[in-house]
Each structure stands twice: as C-alpha cells, then as structure tokens.
Design a protein around this ligand. Structure first.
Ligand SMILES: Cc1ncc(CN)c(N)n1
Length: 220
C-alpha cells in the first residue's frame, strides 16, 4: 500500500464521520438552508485565500521544477477557479463584496488557515504537503459521494460538480504521487510528522463543515 493510502486508511473513520455530517447530508439532499450555505461560502472564500498562499509557499519549497509548477498552479486554481465558484454563489444569494470583507473568520476557519500557513512557513516540504493533502482529497471524495446521491435540481449542484469533477480528482492523484515520492525518501521521523499533519488537517476539515452548520462564531 502506498504512503498516501496509509494516510487515508489511518483516517478512514474520521472521513466517514465527515461525510455523515448534517452539512454534507443536507448539501447532497439540496435541503441545506441558504443561511448555512452562505455562512460556509463566506468562510470558505476566506479559507481559499489562505490556502492559496500556503500552496504558493509550498511551491517555493518544492524540491524541483515539477513541484514548483504543480503547486503554483494549485494556488492559482484555488484563487481563480474555486473562488470564482464562491463568487457565483455570493452574487446568486445576494452577498455583497462589502459583507464578505466585513465578516471575520470564525474560530474554525481561523484555526484551519493559521495551521496551514504556520505549517507552510515552518515545516519541511513533505510535512507541508501532508497538511495540504486533506484539502484536496477529502473534498474530492465528499464531492463524489454527494454527486452520486445529489437530489435533482439541487441548488448547490455547481459546488458538487466542481469537487466531483475529473479535473479536481486528477489534481488529487498528482498530489498523492508527490506525497508518495517524498515519503519514500523521508526519514521515519518525517513520515510520522506527515501522519500527524494529515490527521490534524482532516480534523479541521470536519470542524470547518460542522462550524458552518452551527453558524459558528466567536463566543465573546
Ligand atoms: C475548508 C476547505 N477545504 C478544502 C477545500 C478544497 N480546496 C475547500 N474549498 N475548503
């Protein structure tokens, strides 16, 4: 089994919990409230900026030209493609740019983006990539599962189609291949740190959706 498959297997129960979250179940059924989806879209638009920056730092850390291009492109996709999906929902649901800018990051979004940025700046390339892998992989798998059960006329279908789409899945396979290549030549200590980073990010994925469903905010 490849290193990335080991990462997936070690976190499989957490993935199952993630798919079963009310946010994702209702997203699939098309019954998720507009309020919850808008809350998510605003937070995710904040998230994507930090994620794009973390990918750009990762590109700068790459051990060769191929990785540099791979993650510089991924940064561009996060900012241009995924953010434009969100921009579409924002204009459809009447979220003005000023409302987006004025909405602060929730604790869940703040925690996740801070973790990714701190990891990208401070940790070695393989560990940084392991922290970023759930952002790709969990979304792709959730997208495919939701796509298989998505209700006809689902108002969130373009979200589902983006993450279930072949282009997104091809990016996941490419990141897994890079992770596997790096893990093959990494010391045991680095591989252990990769597992820890992956699990931490996978937990934060769960928290991000859970927070959106609960309309999470700062307690004080
Ligand atoms: C929180 C989160 N994680 C991952 C993705 C997919 N890039 C996303 N849009 N938002």
């Amino acid at each position: 089994m490849s290193f990335s498959q080991h990462l997936w297997q070690a976190n499989a129960p957490l993935y199952q919990d993630t798919v079963q979250l009310p946010f994702n179940q209702e997203l699939a059924a098309g019954t998720l409230s507009r309020e919850r989806f808008c809350h998510y879209v605003i937070q995710d638009a904040h998230y994507l900026l930090a994620y794009g920056r973390a990918l750009a730092v990762t590109a700068a850390k790459a051990d060769g030209a191929e990785g540099m291009v791979q993650f510089a492109r991924a940064a561009q996709e996060a900012v241009l493609v995924e953010r434009s999906l969100h921009d579409g929902f924002m204009s459809e649901f009447g979220i003005a740019p000023a409302q987006f800018t004025a909405t602060p990051l929730t604790p869940a979004c703040h925690h996740y983006t801070s973790f990714l940025l701190a990891t990208a700046w401070a940790e070695p390339y393989p560990v940084t990539l392991a922290a970023l892998l759930p952002c790709f992989w969990i979304y792709a798998e959730v997208g495919r599962e939701i796509h298989a059960s998505s209700a006809a006329g689902n108002p969130y279908q373009s979200w589902v189609d983006t993450y279930a789409g072949e282009e997104f899945h091809a990016a996941v396979r490419a990141v897994c291949a890079t992770v596997d290549r790096l893990a093959a030549k990494a010391a045991d200590e680095t591989r252990a740190a990769m597992h820890t980073a992956y699990t931490h990010a996978a937990r934060l994925e769960w928290m991000f959706w859970d927070s959106a469903y609960r309309l999470g905010d700062w307690p004080v």
